[in-house]
Design a protein around this ligand. Sequence first.
Ligand SMILES: Nc1nc2c(c(=O)[nH]1)N[C@H]1C(S)=C(S)[C@@H](COP(=O)(O)OP(=O)(O)OC[C@H]3O[C@@H](n4cnc5c(=O)[nH]c(N)nc54)[C@H](O)[C@@H]3O)O[C@H]1N2
Ligand SMILES: Nc1nc2c(c(=O)[nH]1)N[C@H]1C(S)=C(S)[C@@H](COP(=O)(O)OP(=O)(O)OC[C@H]3O[C@@H](n4cnc5c(=O)[nH]c(N)nc54)[C@H](O)[C@@H]3O)O[C@H]1N2
Ligand code: SF4
Ligand SMILES: [Mo]
Length: 662
Amino acid sequence: MIKSVCGYCGVGCGLEYEESKLIGDISYPVNEGSVCSKGVSELISMQTPTRLLRPMVRESIKKEFTISSWDSVLALIAKKIRATSKDKIGIYLSGQLLTEDYYIANKLGKGFLGTNNVDTNSRTCMSSAVVAYKKALGADFVPLRMDDIFKSNLLILAGANTAEAHVVFHNQIKKAKKQGLKVVVIDPRKTDTAKVADIYLPIKPNSDIDFFNLLSKRIIDEGLYNSDFVQNHTNNFEQLKNKFKRLPVTKMLKRTGLSQEEFDSFWNLYKESENIITAWTMGLNQSSQGVDKNLALINTHLLTGKIFKSGNGPLSLTGQPNAMGGREVGGLSTMLAVHLGFDDESIKRVSEFWHTDKIDNKPGLTATQMLDANLDILIICHTDPLYHLPNRNRVEEQMAKVPFIVEINAYENSESAKYAHVRLPAAPWGEKEGTQTNLDRSITKQERLTRTSIDCKPDWEIFQLIAQELGFKHGFNFKSAKEVFQEYQEMTKLNGYMDIHKANYDHLSKEPYVWGEEIKEFLTPDKKGNLFFVENRLLSEKTDLEYPSILLTGRIRDQWHSGTKTNLPQTLLKHKPLNFCEINEDDALELGIKDGERVKVSSRRGSVESYAKITKNIRPKTLFIPISNRDINFVTSDILDKESFEPDYNHSAVKIERIELD
Ligand SMILES: Nc1nc2c(c(=O)[nH]1)N[C@H]1C(S)=C(S)[C@@H](COP(=O)(O)OP(=O)(O)OC[C@H]3O[C@@H](n4cnc5c(=O)[nH]c(N)nc54)[C@H](O)[C@@H]3O)O[C@H]1N2
Ligand SMILES: Nc1nc2c(c(=O)[nH]1)N[C@H]1C(S)=C(S)[C@@H](COP(=O)(O)OP(=O)(O)OC[C@H]3O[C@@H](n4cnc5c(=O)[nH]c(N)nc54)[C@H](O)[C@@H]3O)O[C@H]1N2
Ligand code: SF4
Ligand SMILES: [Mo]
């Protein structure tokens, strides 16, 4: 029997593999045996006929791919890299990569190619939370664990649909409810998560800042704040208090779409709850003011002092299995490595550690900027930007212009393959080993369960081969993932609070290592948390008579993003159809749309086809299409948050029409 860990979401469930079967690991602390439909079907995804098994190459995107050898594609890639300047290279990574993959890609890009244009799809996902945590707490640090819900009285879920996106955590929420936990869900859709809530607040899209400001103001006005904590452990309280005096309360409540009764019933529960956790995901992060939404939420915990004590705190629910590990390594272009930035001292320390003098001191391009930058070379690994970036018609135009795109993927049916020149076959989950940090700082290990397909290689090895081909041999002669992990462990000593040298690689699949458990204070220079006054500045796309509705997009339980691993004929992972459009029943009536009818949803940028799903469970003038519809981003808005550069996926102005059948 081999113990491993699921490679899908940030919960990071333990699995056991025996006689070609996967089951949940009962002795594993995160999931205690439970597992969702995606986790148990990992093996099936390894065996699909749509695996990418050979290196492929073509001269131009107009030609067909031909099979190539590793030697010749590596020589080609090195030749192209040598022929361009470092600023013209972009490395586009993924929160689904293992820590070792991230480490080698980052070391190659930032350390040896000398470009900080190394970023990740986490930009489209967690970057608003990263920026807010850094501003408010001093570091990208999640100050509590999932199992804190068992020590808490109230869990507020804002813009998070755990029933579909963090399934095993959701099961734990249901268990904690039986022990007395109360749950509030804030979402424009009455999701499967909202259905188990004690209070469901059907908020209008994009008004969370108003909601959390109203809450903070009430905390201050009714004297519920923790004055000792505020005085000794936070900055900016007086300023915030003064600003709040002038808040247009009635207007703000109106913007949230909630009634005074709804808000008051929430407030009554809130003020009686001793221990409170507020968790959030894409409903907050993916916004024109994603960082501000996060800050407004975190303010409530700083005011009440409900942080750094068991059963309390602001809990960002990371989506991908190793988005947090990637951030730790330094996978964002706005940081260098191990949470260090581009200041002279950090560059000096990292340069000495890597034995290099090539590190640049300016932040690199973000994933959401790379395609605007006239790059000569784009290396895409374990992600599908053509599918996932907003305003796809524009992305198509930009990608078509990049002279040389290398795509590293384990499957052949990504969207980005359309514009790739070279495709390299990666070993997927189960054919490789390595570590990941799940959403609450548990470092866990995936094990290799079967032999690696002949021409496929783990992602870290592919980056190492590119580095070696470029002549950077001394920094890139790792023989195993374990050796890479150990060098990374050494490196974490450069940034005190991140030190993970005590983790034992060989034990991680049996018992995860949780870093940062001793951190019980803010990581800012003055050790105080920062309150921020933020306001809803209404920066998202506006609706008008032509485009009167707001389109929300998100997950369904059994599908994983573009579906290369889950949308397979041999799996029955379809508890919901892949393509539907939730529409409010009154809107449907007004537009003459019937349930199940084909519809077209269009924005100023493009359109997508779907099937109407008429429901009471979505606000009027609001639509929802799951991202298992691969065309979703033809429609979405490419407005970015000003600080995190995360897209505003959830707030596109659209119209919906019936498609007349001829
Ligand atoms: N099954 C499955 N699970 C997954 C994934 C997957 O592809 N499939 N992906 C993983 C990844 S990468 C991520 S990032 C997570 C995402 O996890 P979640 O963010 O929980 O998933 P989403 O479906 O994107 O849900 C976001 C919710 O926010 C709501 N929302 C939209 N706009 C607003 C708003 O303005 N305010 C509020 N309060 N709510 C709003 C939407 O209605 C939706 O219910 O899921 C992870 N887990
Ligand atoms: N409209 C809209 N757009 C969104 C979102 C949204 O909510 N709404 N969410 C955003 C968010 S939060 C995220 S995280 C992104 C996700 O977007 P993507 O990261 O583009 O989605 P995936 O389908 O998970 O892509 C993973 C890719 O890795 C490949 N792969 C699988 N295993 C391996 C492996 O072992 N090695 C390598 N090299 N490749 C492998 C898969 O075949 C697949 O092509 O989408 C973003 N885009
Ligand atoms: S909840 Fe997440 S980690 Fe657990 S089995 Fe499901 S997808 Fe995998
Ligand atoms: Mo994500």
